[in-house]
Ligand binder design. Structure first.
Ligand SMILES: Cc1cc2nc3c(=O)[nH]c(=O)nc-3n(C[C@H](O)[C@H](O)[C@H](O)COP(=O)(O)OP(=O)(O)OC[C@H]3O[C@@H](n4cnc5c(N)ncnc54)[C@H](O)[C@@H]3O)c2cc1C
Length: 575
């Protein structure tokens, strides 16, 4: 059995430990605090988890479903945005799935207790760099899931991925109960932005004493909300919070007039320099440790991505460890594993969050303002919180923003509620393909598609349908050939990678060259190399019909997509 040590039992470390324990690994989990100390300590985060990260929890077996099922933790179903003071922009849009916030004091403590109850080796140690050297001698893999203190310095800052060298916001967090805000505002995240001043957001959740509301203040450094240094006690922090609300977010102040802190540890102050670090740390004795979560990808909490990132990173690492089998966890494997997470998820969350820390550009102001009139646009902006990849490229690029806005406005005039229509179509389970071709200038081109269908046996014809708005459509139009690569169940990373705009979507993939130079993805369960024989205009999509000139199928389990989620096949219990 492979021996793995994990330092830190927070969002990422505890979940990875439980996931590995479930998969049969011998795991030692080290934490500077016991479960009881965590439960009775100070709040650490507002930890709002969106549906993609909640799905990852469910897959790792770490979801605290008893709280969801009993209704103890509210499902947050929408985001309400308020920008500016006079003539403020105001709108609300639904999230695709409910978001939830359970105090990390509850989660970490329960995860540790479950790990111990399942026979796991849990040790209370404040791990130092010297202790890491000992651990790295005794374990095949040492994962560090805390960036705090000395051990955080083991991972060198990645300058290219870290545009800021100082904090951009001053943070304050309070957990409160308040009759007004608990009863009258439903289960929404309410986010208020005061340009040049900062942001305030609030949402319901569950803390150690029961239901609560998180209040998060994000003040521009040196601005009028940067005024916490003279605050001595939690009560003074709450008083200062209410004062800031009255001055800068008066529309919220009335909701907190009778706010009470939930417990003695219900407040937090801080400032974070958003930083990405190299995920491989080299110790004094030459051994390597592998960084996870905030230790290597530290975001400002403005977009609430940190816990989501930490959870998704734990899932990527878990899958990669299991896939590794008995091979060594060497530097190349660590770099590849982090790179998979970075390309598949991390980079989108980081760049989007860093962008929101800056002043809004004109096209972004237009997007926010137009969303008040166009629900489909508002829903797209809101979707970025669950999955920041969906904000590319239109949040960043004025031309893409104009096109995107136009498309969303058209959505609003369509015959059906498109979200619901998509949901209905998603009931049809499909495989997942990456369709590839080669551009006129020799660039490899690929996009994820599940619209693949077999059409005819004689002649052998297949079809697929790219959107007219697909950035690579032009390349497919110019090419004589394309290939359909049917993904294997362990290629879900590629499905996400090829579904998101990136300068090099093929990074980290192995390909071989097919007919007319079209790249074929290694590891696909089947590949069809096709010559385009016809294209048919079909609404906002194009139907591409290809004659199969060559195919191969190596077998293996395919990736399945159903109702917006990835699945693996299983035999039906009746057969
Ligand atoms: C004010 C605020 C609000 C936030 N709101 C959100 C939000 O709404 N949504 C969201 O997704 N994220 C949010 N975040 C970010 C989120 O909390 C973090 O990104 C997330 O907890 C990181 O998880 P982690 O596993 O990397 O680290 P942590 O959860 O911090 O876990 C690290 C663990 O390591 C332990 N430890 C520390 N040092 C040592 C040591 N030397 N030896 C052994 N153990 C050690 C700690 O006790 C801790 O349990 C917020 C953060 C802040 C500050």
């Amino acid at each position: 059995m492979r021996k793995i040590a994990i330092v830190g039992a927070g969002e990422s470390g505890a979940q990875l430990a439980l996931g590995l324990q479930r998969a049969g690994y011998e795991v030692t989990l080290l934490s500077d605090r016991s479960a009881a100390q965590i439960r009775t300590g100070k709040v650490m985060s507002s930890q709002c988890m969106f549906s993609t990260a909640l799905d990852a929890e469910a897959q790792m077996g770490t979801a605290l479903t008893e709280f969801y099922e009993s209704g103890a933790v509210p499902g947050i179903s929408s985001i309400r945005l308020h920008v500016g003071a006079e003539q403020a922009i105001e709108w609300e849009a639904p999230l695709d799935g409910p978001a939830r916030s359970i105090d990390q004091r509850i989660k970490s403590a329960l995860w540790i207790e479950t790990f111990v109850a399942n026979g796991g080796d849990f040790r209370i140690e404040k791990v130092t760099p010297r202790m890491l050297e000992e651990l790295a001698r005794d374990y095949e893999l040492v994962i560090v899931s805390t960036g705090k203190g000395e051990i955080g310095q083991i991972f060198p800052r990645d300058k290219a991925k870290s545009p800021f060298d100082r904090p951009q916001r001053v943070l304050a967090l309070n957990y409160v109960t308040s009759s007004d805000s608990m009863d009258t505002h439903g289960d929404a995240i309410r986010m208020s932005m005061a340009p040049g001043v900062g942001e305030f957001f609030t949402f319901p959740g569950l803390t150690v004493s029961g239901p609560c509301r998180m209040m998060v203040f994000e003040g521009v450094v040196g601005g009028p909300m940067d005024r916490w240094t003279d605050v001595g006690s939690p009560e003074e922090q709450l008083e200062r919070s209410l004062q800031i609300l009255r001055e800068h977010f008066p529309h919220e102040a009335e909701n907190f007039t009778d706010a009470q802190l939930t417990d003695g540890g219900a407040t937090l102050l801080g400032r974070i320099t958003p930083t990405v670090r190299s995920a491989v740390g080299e110790l004094g004795n030459g051994n390597l440790v592998f960084g996870l979560g905030d230790a290597v990808v530290l975001n400002d909490p403005l977009t609430g991505q940190g816990s989501n990132n930490a959870t998704l990173a734990a899932k990527y690492y878990l899958d990669s460890i299991v896939r590794r089998g008995q091979q060594p966890f060497d530097r190349a494997w660590m770099e590849r594993t982090f790179d998979e997470f970075w390309r598949g998820w991390g980079q989108w969350a980081v760049e989007w969050t860093n962008d929101l820390l800056k002043p809004r550009r004109d096209h972004q102001k237009t997007l926010l303002a137009e969303a008040a009139e166009h629900p489909a646009l508002a829903a797209s902006i809101v979707a970025g919180f669950d999955d920041p990849r969906t904000s590319y490229p239109w949040w960043f690029d004025p031309t893409a923003a104009a096109d995107f806005m136009q498309a969303r406005k058209e959505d609003d005039t369509s015959a059906f509620d498109l979200r619901d229509f998509r949901g209905a179509l998603g009931q049809y389970a499909t495989g997942v393909t990456v369709v590839t071709t080669v551009a006129a200038d020799g660039r490899k081109v690929g996009m994820t598609a599940n619209s693949f269908t077999s059409v005819s046996m004689e002649p052998p014809l297949v079809l697929w349908c790219p959107s007219k708005r697909a950035p690579s459509l032009e390349d497919f139009e110019d090419a004589t050939h394309f290939a359909i690569n049917i993904l294997a169940s362990d290629q879900h990373v590629l499905s996400r990678q090829f579904a998101t705009p990136a300068t090099d979507k093929f990074a980290g993939t192995e390909t071989t060259e097919g007919i007319a130079g079209v790249p074929l993805l290694d590891g696909a369960v089947a590949t069809f190399q096709c010559r385009t024989v016809s294209r048919h205009d079909a609404g906002d999509h194009v139907i591409y019909v290809g004659e199969v000139e060559s195919y191969n199928h190596d077998g293996g389990a395919p990736l399945v997509f159903h109702a917006g989620k990835y699945h693996a096949t299983a035999n039906h219990p009746d057969f």
